[in-house]
Design a binder for this molecule. Structure first.
Ligand code: ZN
Length: 390
């Protein structure tokens, strides 16, 4: 696909948007994110309004350039270091009075395999987004896509890059009318997992390497698909759904980790998925059928986007880390059709921290120092996972 100019007027509502804009400030860029996408890389630029954009490639060294206008000057000229996903760094700064130029310094030849403009969604609070899917290509194909640039191209200032912080969606299970599992002493899963998720958030944020989006941060009911939507809309790099289990046999104990699969790994896991998926019915959350996509279709989409492998890789890293601080169930990485793991583009894992029905597990989950150890184990896992981003 020729890349020389992917020039586009953003959105169908350009004229009306432009009219609305004349009364207020021009849109501004609020975020620039990068992540793995299939074989390549996805770049997301978030804005407060519609803009015109132009994307082109430059050679020696290999770069992609995005010009956005009209854009208000809301960001300091700066550099974001990535060193992953085929990108060395991203610089942005003022190109002309009303134009923001984003320069992506590439580690190798990547071209824009697809560009999408998405309108803002007031209901979910999603901003306007420009999404570019970058695909690796041979050098010759990259060179063929390069635009001859006039010599006035100004270099952008290089500044010390701020540290990149990954976004982790934490999903404390259940809530509101749905208590989840309840111990003999009346301890409720919804309370245990919210406490833990808040502590985990503090540990992740204190590392300086992560930002956290919570799917609930109170005793509220949130539908399963809504949890998925919150993670996706936030642009989460990973979703961790946090639960605790119960069993009829009080001897059963240990932590376990689950990823999505059409076929359950075993009967117990199938039953667990059935129980966790009942959350919507228990909480009385209305979710249309269309919000529970067929698992085969989700899996196909995940496979295509590489999400399946990433979820599995994350689960495989989690098991030994959790195992270093807590007992594990046998074959601690299991699979089943959990609705909350159905984001096609966000690697998702469900963690059962232990069994409320087991005295030792219940006791350790009540211990601040034990929960701290679990949170540190998850932090180590994420550090490991993002070292070689999936
Ligand atoms: Zn649960």
């Amino acid at each position: 696909m020729p890349l020389n100019r992917i020039a586009a007027v953003a959105g169908g509502a350009w004229l009306s948007v432009l009219a609305a804009m004349s009364a207020s400030a021009a849109p501004s860029v609020t975020d620039v994110r990068l992540g793995p996408y299939g074989e390549g890389t996805r770049l997301v630029v978030e804005l407060t309004g519609a803009v015109e954009f132009e994307v082109f490639a430059l050679a020696s060294p290999e770069r992609l350039v995005i010009d956005l206008s009209p854009v208000d000057w809301a960001l300091p000229e700066r550099t974001l270091a990535f060193g992953r996903d085929g990108v060395v760094q991203i610089r942005f700064g003022r190109f002309r009075a009303d134009t923001l130029r984003i320069v992506i310094d590439l580690a190798g030849p990547l071209i824009v395999g697809g560009a999408q403009w998405r309108e803002a969604d007031a209901v979910s609070g999603t901003p306007y987004r420009l999404i570019l899917n970058l695909a690796p290509v041979p050098s010759a194909a990259f060179l063929a896509s390069v635009r001859i640039e006039p010599s006035e191209y100004p270099p952008l200032p290089l500044r010390k890059p701020p540290p990149l912080r990954r976004l982790i969606a934490l999903d404390p299970g259940h809530g509101g009318r749905d208590p989840g599992a309840v111990s003999l002493e009346g301890v409720k899963e919804k309370t245990v997992v919210l406490t833990f998720a808040r502590e985990l958030r503090a540990v992740l944020e204190a590392s300086g390497r992560y930002r956290v989006a919570m799917t609930r941060d109170g005793d509220s009911r949130v539908g399963l698909w809504q949890r998925v939507a919150i993670a996706r809309n936030a642009g989460a790099d990973v979703l961790l759904s946090i639960h605790v289990d119960r069993a009829d046999d009080p001897r059963v104990r240990g932590a376990s980790v689950y990823t999505l699969s059409e076929e359950a790994s075993d009967a117990e896991t199938a039953e667990l998925a059935r129980l966790e998926n009942r959350a919507d019915a228990v909480a009385g959350t209305y979710e249309p059928e269309s919000h529970d996509p067929d698992v085969a279709a989700v899996l196909a989409s995940m496979t295509q986007q590489g999400t399946m492998n990433c979820s599995a890789a994350l689960a495989e890293l989690l098991v030994p880390e959790l195992g270093s601080v807590a007992p594990l169930v046998t074959r601690a990485h299991r699979f089943a059709e959990f609705r909350v793991l159905k984001a096609p583009d966000v690697p998702s894992v469900l963690i059962e921290l232990g069994f409320l029905s087991n005295g030792q597990d219940a006791e350790r989950l009540e211990s601040d120092s034990h929960r701290r150890a679990l949170a540190e184990a998850i932090l180590s896992t994420l550090d490991e996972y993002f070292q070689e981003p999936c």
